[in-house]
Design a protein around this ligand. Structure first.
Ligand code: SF4
Length: 412
């Protein structure tokens, strides 16, 4: 946690220095991000969702959302978008207090969520810079076909790389890209090792609340960088030591004493009351052993690794494989397999109304998962970064009833 906080803070510092140092920046999204390619051109990525969630954790998002609503954005719009637009309207000061640079490129890698496209349409009205769009085909039948891959690679060649060359003034260098992809694969191995450590009983990690710290560097600006690899080496060593010592996960109140419930969680977390939300789980001895949220930036635990021997093809496969790009049947299959592999006692859905990409179909998922596994599901509702939609008493009540149900099921 400490190390990743330092890395993220340093990245914001680098962004603040970028205009002075003549470094270029690209605004781009987490799922399907092309970090290795962007950084090969020495362009710094700015990730609007990360800005929004960091603003949420620092309790800045409420004012930003109010600002966006003043400008006419409806209550139903994804609150990441409103947080971002509000922050921009209030001077574009990032969550750590430093100013964010204006983009030299808006790089939209379109993976599964339609909101991404509308979001960048709004940003395009604000900034005078080129826009590059990578259209990533949705995995409707859960299979990446060759013609899908060819379609994405062709766009990388004809649209994305030329724009990156134009903005950076550098030529595409495949050897440099390969070196970065090699670095990525190392971090991905370590991350999977960490996530799979939750198969131990007790689990040494919490794969949702703790998980957000584990995915932070690889899902943001650090995939394919030496700092990223170093982070994952250190994390893996720390988690291995916890397994050896038979320790449970670290929480904000220290090591979790007793593991009473093992859960799989679907849906993104709430950020404005992140610690309070987490506490509702660890106070009851509930540990999340697997989650879908930790897969939005890549499904590495299902075997995908960036492969330097086929650099553009591997970037295409990566974009198409992100969780947000999967259809409902694939999502249900994935969650079911997690429940079996991680010996879960049940699953909880945190439904976020304003995130269409996650919330669509969640009630159907709940029913199907209960039928297939025979395990009880819980359903709670909150929001990403809008503090108006986090009702602590309501969520706590629902969770307590859910844990009682798990107890009853166990004793029966
Ligand atoms: S709707 Fe959900 S997936 Fe789409 S941009 Fe908003 S938070 Fe991200």
């Amino acid at each position: 946690m400490e190390l990743q906080k330092e890395m993220i803070a340093e990245h914001y510092e680098a962004l603040a220095r970028a205009p002075r140092e003549g470094r270029k920046t690209a605004y781009t999204f987490v799922p399907g991000n092309l970090t290795e390619l962007i950084r090969m051109f020495d362009i710094l990525p700015v990730l609007p969702e990360i800005n929004a969630l960091q603003s949420g954790m620092r309790r800045l998002s409420g004012d930003y959302i109010a600002e966006a609503e003043k400008h006419g954005h409806s209550e139903d719009v994804c609150t990441y978008v409103k947080c971002d637009i509000g922050m921009l309207k209030k001077g574009n000061i990032g969550p750590t207090g430093t100013r964010l640079p204006e983009p030299d490129l808006l790089l939209l890698s379109y993976t599964g969520c339609f909101t991404f496209m509308k979001w960048f349409e709004l940003l395009r009205q604000e900034y005078d810079c080129p826009v590059a769009m990578l259209h990533v085909p949705y995995q409707a039948d859960g299979i990446i076909h060759d013609h899908h891959r060819d379609y994405v690679v062709e766009q990388l060649r004809s649209e994305i790389i030329p724009k990156l060359e134009q903005v950076s003034g550098r030529k595409y260098d495949e050897d440099l890209l390969k070196a970065r992809l090699e670095e990525s694969a190392r971090s991905e191995d370590d991350l999977v090792h960490v996530l799979e450590s939750a198969k131990n009983v007790p689990s040494p990690i919490d794969s949702y609340f703790g998980g957000v710290y584990y995915i932070g560097p690889i899902f943001s600006a650090f995939r394919g960088t030496p700092e990223g690899s170093e982070y994952y080496r250190a994390l893996r060593a720390e988690v291995d030591a916890r397994v050896k010592a038979g320790l449970g996960p670290v929480t904000p109140d220290g090591t979790m004493k007793e593991e009473r419930y093992r859960l799989v969680v679907e849906g993104p977390p709430n950020w404005t009351s992140f610690r309070e939300f987490w506490k509702m789980f660890y106070d009851e001895g509930a540990v999340v052993v697997a989650s879908s949220y930790t897969k939005v930036g890549g499904l590495y635990d299902r075997g995908f690794r960036h492969d330097p021997s086929r650099p553009l093809e591997t970037l295409a496969d990566y974009c198409m494989g992100c969780y947000t790009n999967l259809g409902l049947p694939s999502r249900v299959d994935l969650l079911e397999s997690y429940m079996r592999e991680y010996k879960a006692d049940g699953f909880v859905i945190n439904s976020v109304k304003s995130c269409n990409s996650f919330s669509a179909g969640q009630l159907l998922m709940l029913r199907q998962l209960e039928e297939r596994t025979g395990l009880p599901g819980g359903f709670i509702e909150s929001d990403l970064v809008d503090p108006r939609y986090f009702s602590a008493a309501n969520i706590k009540n629902r969770l307590e009833s859910y844990f009682q149900m798990l107890d009853q099921k166990r004793s029966a």
